[in-house]
Design a protein around this ligand. Structure first.
Ligand code: SF4
Length: 320
């Protein structure tokens, strides 16, 4: 049987940033160039019409991964394939739509820029813009207004309309609701869900808010220090977290009847992405660390009886 090609697939994806160390580090330590390994060998896939939630602490590389996937950053190594091809067809929506919308442009101009990029003729742009606004719950009356004249939720709707103007197959939503009031968060998540049902667009939903990810994702990937450490269908991940890092993350979610004792408090320090430890990157904080963890990078292990649930941990390899 022919294997189905996912909408998006990353293969060994890496994105490093190079910087010059400060004067003291150069003179005293002899450092020449620093390499921050923000994304360091990521293999994930996203199916058509699917939402993949991406979670992990801030600084773990989630946003960089999203930017590489939509083509805002070039990969240092590896590939992003859209249905097997290297042309990206993704757009991004951001946490702070106000910062990402040109304050001197009206909504008509903001959408016009994207429609022009897509090659829509000038005479059709007005109609297209109206359709886009209506799709995100705004009206033609908003066309001549500036971003400052909108509420936070409305600005995010404009950000979504701008992304849709490019007819993307994938939208990377980077903390799309974290700057909004709770009541508005639900409206934006419902909007995204509705657009997916209507158009089949896929989402990579980047969020530190596990409740948002639980509610809105079909599958979840957990990232730690530039690498994916666990991925699973959403219910499997939340019911049976198998990587010690995921267990600690999920134990922090307040639950009815749970005591403070059920929370796993991580010890140790987060290593720098400039100089990650060899072997498992979580070893400096893991209560289950074994000798092998410092020597060998864990390989992916599928959890028995739980299809699609994969974990990168020596502990699981020894149990499977
Ligand atoms: Fe802990 Fe070892 Fe698993 Fe890493 S590989 S999470 S150090 S048990």
């Amino acid at each position: 049987m022919k294997e189905r090609t996912p909408l998006v697939k990353t293969i060994g994806l890496k994105r490093y940033f190079y910087s010059r160390p400060g004067f003291l580090a150069r003179c005293l330590l002899g450092e020449k160039e620093r390499t921050t390994k923000a994304v360091d060998g990521v293999d994930i896939y996203i199916e058509e019409g699917e939402t993949l939630g991406l979670v992990g602490e801030s600084g773990c590389g989630k946003s960089t991964l999203g930017r590489v996937i939509v083509g805002l950053y070039a990969p240092t190594a590896g590939q992003v394939l859209y249905e097997g091809k290297t042309e990206p067809n993704g757009q991004m929506i951001f946490q702070n739509p106000y910062a990402s919308l040109n304050p001197r442009h009206t909504v008509r101009q903001i959408l016009g820029v994207s429609l022009e990029k897509r090659g829509v003729p000038l005479e059709e742009r007005e109609d297209e813009s109206v359709k886009l606004l209506e799709r995100v719950g705004l009206t033609p009356l908003h066309l001549d207004q500036y971003p400052r004249q909108f509420s936070g939720g409305q600005r995010q709707r404009i950000g979504v309309a701008r992304a849709l103007a490019m007819r993307p197959r994938l939208i990377v939503a980077d903390e799309p609701v974290s700057a909004l009031d709770v009541s508005v968060q639900a409206q934006i998540l419902n909007l995204l869900e509705g657009l997916q049902a209507e158009t089949g667009v896929s989402f990579l939903l980047i969020s530190h808010d596990l409740a948002v990810v639980h509610h809105a994702s079909h599958r979840v990937a957990v990232m730690y220090l530039g690498k994916i450490v666990e991925t699973a269908p959403t219910e499997s991940l939340f019911e049976n977290p198998s990587h010690p890092y995921t267990q600690a993350l999920l134990s922090a979610i307040p639950r009815l009847g749970a005591t403070g004792e059920s929370r796993i408090r991580l010890q140790g320090t987060v290593p720098s992405a400039v100089d990650p430890p060899p072997g498992c990157r979580f070893q400096t904080r893991c209560a289950h660390k074994m000798d092998i963890c410092a020597e060998m990078e864990p390989l992916p292990v599928e959890i028995r009886g739980d299809p699609g649930h994969v974990v990168w941990c020596h502990l699981r390899a020894s149990k499977s």
